[in-house]
Design a protein around this ligand. Structure first.
Ligand code: PRP
Length: 179
């Protein structure tokens, strides 16, 4: 539970997110055109809203799977240790894979997960992140598709939490502490 009072200022509206997802899906469809072996992998928990909207815009035959990785505690600081808390249900060897992430911050989570999934020998592995904070990067990692590049602000909503709260906001907001 958050310990200091705060308010949330809207940063990216639900409408802007929807429009960006539509544009991204056109590019993703061009990349994966003709495939019948695409697995869209959501990284829990943060990507659950993004992947739900993304797959409903994708006119491709897909399977959906989830993997849970964790690099944060209940605060705002990232630790370097990435733990796999829940692995995929399905095999990805020889399949096309699209990894869906809510935010790339230090890059450790996506870096670790990409390497893990690549070791399983998919035919093709691509990554997409709704938000990218390049100023925070600690490892050389960039998603193939990015929704929005943002400055180093503390963001919540659209799946992203502050101490497990605010994931259900329909927009991306910026946390502003009031004391
Ligand atoms: C957050 C976020 C990304 C990751 C990004 O996940 O959802 O997966 O951190 O940080 P990084 O680039 O510094 O690795 P978190 O571990 O908080 O779990 P959650 O998705 O369950 O909120």
């Amino acid at each position: 539970m958050p310990t200091r009072p705060y308010v949330i200022d809207e940063m990216i509206s639900a409408k802007a997110i929807a429009a960006r997802i539509e544009a991204l899906c056109r590019e993703i469809q061009a990349e994966f055109e003709g495939t019948n072996k695409l697995t869209v992998v959501g990284l829990l928990r943060g990507s659950f809203v993004f992947i739900a909207d993304l797959v409903r815009e994708l006119d491709l035959p897909i399977e959906v799977d989830f993997l849970e990785a964790s690099s944060y505690g209940d605060g705002t600081e990232s630790s370097r240790e990435v733990r796999i808390l829940k692995d995929l249900r399905g095999a990805i060897e020889g399949r096309d894979v699209l990894v869906v992430e809510d935010i790339v911050d230090t890059g450790h989570t996506l870096h670790h997960v990409s390497n893990l999934l690549l070791s399983r020998e998919p035919a093709r592995l691509k990554t997409i992140a709704l938000l990218d904070k390049p100023s925070r990067r600690e490892v050389d990692m960039k998603a193939d598709w990015i929704g929005f590049e943002i400055p180093d602000e503390f963001v919540v909503g659209y799946g992203i939490d502050f101490a497990q709260r605010n994931r259900n906001l329909p927009f991306i907001g910026k946390v502003r502490f009031t004391s």
